[in-house]
Design a protein around this ligand. Structure first.
Ligand code: COA
Length: 350
C-alpha cells in the first residue's frame, strides 16, 4: 500500500486534458492556450467554451428565465442551495445541461448580490443590453455596467476559471464519479470553497492595503507582521515555484484600469518580497493570484464579502469541464484510509 500523504499533497489522482499549473515555468494554460493570450482577446464565456468543449464557439449561453425560490443575500449559500434545487426543477440528467446550469449559476450570484445590497435584480430587458457575460452580470446586479468594471471582472474570471485539482474541483469530480447529476456535482463544489482556505482570500488583502496606505510605511508593516509569525496575504503558493502567471496578468490589468490602490500595492509587494527573500532564502515565495485579484475586484467595487462568490462564478468553467471529463472517463472514486484506531476489543472495554 502507498504511504499516507497528509492533504494528498503530490498524489496524482487523475489524468486530465483540461489544465494543470506549470509549477516551474510559472505559466497557466487552458487546453494548451496560455491565459496571457486569452485575456482581452476573448470574453469569459468563450473561455468557458474552450475549457468545457475545447472550442470557443458557441461558449456559455445566456441564462434562461428562472426565478430562484428565496435568496438570502449570502451569495455562496444561495448559489449552493439554488444549484442543488435546479437538479430537481430541471431534471438535470444529460451532459448538455451543464451549459444552461453554468449560465444560471452566474445569474443566481448576480441576483443574490443585488439582494445583499437591498436592491431588486434588474429585469431581463435591461440585462439583455449587455454584450458579454461580465457586462450582463453587472447589469443584473446593479442595473449599470461601467466598461472598466466589466473589464476588471472579465479578466478576474478568465484568470481564475480553472486551476487543476484544487479542493472544490476534486469535490466536483468525486461527486460526478458516483453518477450524480451535474447540479449535485456543482453544488458540492460550491460547498467546498465556502471555507476560508480556498477561494475568496482577496478579502484579506484589502485590510493590509488600507493599513499601509494609512501609515505610508510598508517596510515596518511587513517587519511587524513577520516578527509576530504572521503570514503576508497574497504571497506564496503550494504549487508555483515561480511567479504566479495570474498575478502578472492581474497586476497589468489593475494598472491599465487606473486602480487608485496600485501605488500602495506595488510598494507593499516590493517590501513583502524583499522581507520574505531575507526570511526564507531557500524558498521561492512570490506574489500569488490573491494579491492583485483584490486590487482588480476593488476596481469593480466588489465588496470583500462577495469575493468567494465571484471566485465561484469564475470556477464554474473549470468545474463544468472536470465534471464532464469525469463523467466520460471516470471510475467511482474510492480511496483507502489507513486504520490507526484501537485493536480488536470487546464492547465492555468501551
Ligand atoms: N508570509 C509569511 N511566511 C510565508 C508566506 C507568507 N505569505 N508564505 C510562505 N511562508 C513561509 C512558510 O511559513 C514556511 O515557513 P516554515 O518552513 O518556517 O513553516 C515557508 O515560507 C515555506 O512555505 P511553503 O512550503 O512554500 O508554502 P506552504 O505550502 O506552506 O504555504 C501558502 C503556501 C499559500 C498557504 C502560504 O504561502 C501562505 O499562507 N500564504 C499567505 C496566504 C495566501 O496568500 N493564501 C492564498 C493562496 S493562493
Amino acid at each position: 500500500m502507498n504511504s499516507f500523504k497528509p492533504g494528498l499533497e503530490g498524489v496524482v489522482a487523475f489524468q486530465t486534458e483540461i489544465a494543470e499549473p506549470d509549477r516551474e515555468g510559472g505559466a497557466l494554460r487552458y487546453r494548451g492556450v496560455d491565459i496571457e493570450e486569452l485575456v482581452g482577446e476573448v470574453p469569459y464565456e468563450k473561455v468557458w467554451g474552450l475549457l468545457v468543449d475545447e472550442n470557443l464557439e458557441p461558449g456559455m449561453p445566456d441564462p434562461e428565465a428562472y426565478e430562484p425560490v428565496s435568496l438570502t443575500g449570502n451569495a455562496p449559500a444561495d448559489l449552493q442551495a439554488e444549484t442543488a434545487r435546479l437538479s430537481a426543477v430541471w431534471g438535470l440528467k444529460k451532459l448538455v445541461d451543464i451549459a444552461r446550469l453554468s449560465a444560471q449559476m452566474m445569474s443566481i450570484v448576480a441576483k443574490s448580490a443585488a439582494v445583499h445590497d437591498g436592491r431588486q435584480p434588474a429585469p431581463d430587458d435591461v440585462v439583455a443590453q449587455g454584450q458579454t457575460a461580465a457586462e450582463k452580470f453587472l447589469l443584473r446586479w446593479r442595473g449599470e455596467a461601467d466598461p472598466k468594471q466589466v473589464q476588471a471582472i472579465d479578466t478576474y474570471w478568465i484568470c481564475t476559471a480553472e486551476h487543476g485539482l484544487n479542493a472544490s474541483t476534486f469535490t466536483a469530480r468525486i461527486t460526478a464519479s458516483t453518477g450524480a447529476d451535474c447540479g449535485a456535482a456543482m453544488s458540492a463544489a460550491v460547498g467546498a470553497l465556502s471555507g476560508p482556505l480556498h477561494g475568496g482570500a482577496p478579502a484579506r488583502v484589502l485590510p493590509m492595503l488600507n493599513e499601509v496606505a494609512s501609515t505610508g510605511d510598508p517596510e515596518s508593516y511587513v517587519r511587524d507582521l513577520l516578527s509576530r509569525h504572521g503570514r503576508i496575504m497574497g504571497f506564496g503558493h503550494r504549487v508555483y515555484r515561480a511567479e504566479d502567471p495570474r498575478s502578472r496578468v492581474l497586476k497589468r490589468t489593475a494598472k491599465e484600469l487606473g486602480s487608485p490602490r496600485i501605488e500602495v500595492a506595488e510598494a507593499l509587494e516590493e517590501a513583502a518580497l524583499a522581507a520574505l527573500r531575507e526570511l526564507k532564502p531557500d524558498y521561492v515565495i512570490a506574489t500569488n493570484v490573491e494579491f492583485y485579484s483584490a486590487v482588480v475586484l476593488d476596481v469593480a467595487e466588489v465588496p470583500p464579502d462577495l469575493t468567494p462568490a465571484m471566485f465561484a462564478c469564475a470556477r464554474v468553467a473549470g468545474w463544468a469541464a472536470h465534471i464532464l471529463e469525469e463523467m466520460r472517463t471516470g471510475r467511482l472514486i474510492r480511496p483507502s484510509a489507513q486504520y490507526i484506531g484501537p485493536t480488536s476489543r470487546s464492547l465492555s472495554a468501551v
